[in-house]
Ligand binder design. Structure first.
Ligand code: AHR
Length: 512
């Protein structure tokens, strides 16, 4: 038996424009993200630069807007100069973060070439773990200065005539984490971020700089960290980072499906702290949020255990989680949360892109394929357009041990006034019950364009390299236009998108 819910959308109540930077991802020198991920010379689809054509194609299909690089924990011990110039002379180094061997075959210039082919905006992280202001400024000069200086001429000598003009820079990575090489206290990091930011902006005041927030909201220093860092670096940064990973624990599927509740709370808390810091200095500046690591990640499972001892392998299989339908529903739900908060979340990165907790998987010398989580991301990126508008959801409740009673149905809507297209992204977080949802936008008639759902009788069904389409989104045949809106039945544990044409009441256009 199905329950009922309603979604009432106010097309005039704009939360924010749909920001393309919400659909970012992340490529770290970790496991097989780079080597046999984006780069595999000799692969059947490899291009003249050794980039896998199948991965480039899937990256574009995924609708990724930005890619954060080169880490992650990796960046906190990284010497960017190791990755430029002739490949034959590049040093092989120990990567302390993941206990692996880095050949430096790929560095900034290769990544930027890949970024152009993938049609993404780069988001570059600088090392504030083992390094500091000077190395960050050097990297910026190499990347963004037109010429006539040692480092800009070095870039030109390496064959890159024009500066890259990279705008978004992360000032380090997860510096609050005791595991981080060069880990710091909030005050130490806040001061370093402020002075690095000041120096980078002496070169270009228009750079968009991201300070490290907490590596998760469960860190003991959470909130104090953000308050201290922003107090020190308020004038020098535009954004503060948020990182969150979710996993089903102890068979608690109900709480896992409601993970977006945690993301909502996390965002609200950081917005509050940022605004308190602004108020304390009577500043009107709004610090924005960069949710630059988020995903499902089974951190306690075997694939996430790094090598140890004398074993320093090159590009091993690390963090290669295989995602289920439930994981995809959570990823879709987290995207709903990010869109809902797009008044303050200005950028986000699904961590990561290829092989490492990723929507795209590859086999060396073999196929590239889509995980279940690929689909909600690709469809949200493709169909979110115009403005995020206010949606009031009236839903039955589900009971969760972690978050108490929560709405079974969560939703966010975008409306593109130019095309009159209203898109509603929804999850049904009930593990047992379908929910019949009625969608309305008062003052407007709605006609159905398309309804798609991701669901499976087996909530743990997965795609594999041998069965790549075991889980795919399918047309939801229950969707239909009604006299007052549109109705659709959401299966239990499902993610859906419904696309509607709007017309002012009395002027409905035919479907297109
Ligand atoms: O994305 C995997 C790791 O998660 C990153 O290297 C680190 O920043 C985070 O802890």
């Amino acid at each position: 038996m199905s329950e009922t819910a309603s979604i009432t959308i106010d097309l005039g109540a704009v939360i924010a424009p749909v920001r393309r930077r919400l659909f970012g991802s992340f490529v770290e020198h970790l496991g097989r993200a780079v080597y046999t991920g984006i780069y595999e010379p000799g692969h059947a689809t490899a291009d003249e630069d050794g980039f896998r054509g199948d991965v480039l194609e899937l990256t574009r299909e995924l609708g990724v807007s930005t890619v954060r690089y080169p880490g992650g924990n990796f960046v906190s011990g990284y010497r960017w100069e190791d990755g430029i110039g002739p490949k034959e002379t590049r040093p092989r180094r120990l990567d302390l973060a993941w206990h692996t061997l880095e050949t430096n075959e790929i560095g900034l210039d290769e990544f930027m070439r890949w970024a152009r082919k993938a049609e993404i905006e780069p988001m570059l992280a600088v090392n504030l773990g083992t390094r500091g202001i000077q190395e960050a400024v050097d990297l910026l000069e190499y990347a963004n200065h037109h010429g006539g200086t040692a480092l800009s001429e070095l870039r030109r000598a390496n064959g890159i005539e024009e500066p890259y003009g990279i705008t978004m820079w992360c000032l380090g990575n997860e510096m609050d984490g005791p595991w981080q090489t060069g880990h710091k206290t909030a005050y130490e990091y806040g001061r370093l971020a402020a002075e690095t930011g000041r120096a980078l902006r002496q070169f270009d005041p228009a750079l968009e700089l991201v300070a490290c927030g907490s590596s998760s909201s469960s860190m003991p220093t959470f909130a104090d960290w953000e308050r201290t860092v922003l107090t020190e670096a308020f004038e020098q940064v535009d954004m503060i980072s948020l990182h969150a990973y979710y996993a089903e624990e102890d068979g608690d599927l109900a709480s896992f499906l409601a993970s977006a509740v945690d993301m909502d709370r996390f965002v609200t808390t950081i917005v509050q702290i940022a605004d308190e810091v602004a108020a304390a200095r009577t500043s009107e500046k709004q610090i924005m949020l960069s949710f630059d690591e988020w995903n499902v990640w089974y951190q306690k499972a075997a694939p996430s255990v790094p090598p140890s001892g004398t074993d320093w392998p090159q590009a091993p299989r690390l963090l290669e989680d295989h995602y289920s339908v439930a994981d995809a529903v959570v990823v879709g739900g987290l995207l709903i949360s990010l869109l809902r908060h797009s008044d303050r979340v200005a950028a986000a990165s699904l961590a990561q892109l290829v092989n490492v907790i990723a929507p795209i998987m590859t086999e060396p010398d073999g196929v590239a394929w889509r995980q279940t989580t690929f689909h909600p991301f690709a469809l949200t990126s493709r169909h979110a357009a115009g403005n995020v508008v206010l949606s009031a959801v009236d839903s039955p409740l589900v009971s969760t041990s972690r978050f108490g009673d929560q709405a079974a149905v969560d939703a966010v809507s975008t409306w593109d006034e130019d095309s009159d297209e209203l898109t509603v992204f929804m999850v049904n977080r009930s593990t047992t019950d379908a929910v019949a949802v009625h969608i309305q936008a008062p003052g407007h008639k709605l006609s159905l364009l398309e309804a798609i759902s991701l669901h499976d009788e087996d909530v743990y069904a997965r795609n594999t390299s041998a069965d790549q389409e075991r889980v795919i989104p399918r047309i939801n045949l229950s969707a239909a236009t009604t006299s007052s809106g549109c109705g659709v039945e959401l299966p239990p544990a499902s993610w859906s998108v419904i696309r509607l044409r709007t017309a002012t009441s009395g002027h409905l256009q035919p479907n297109g």
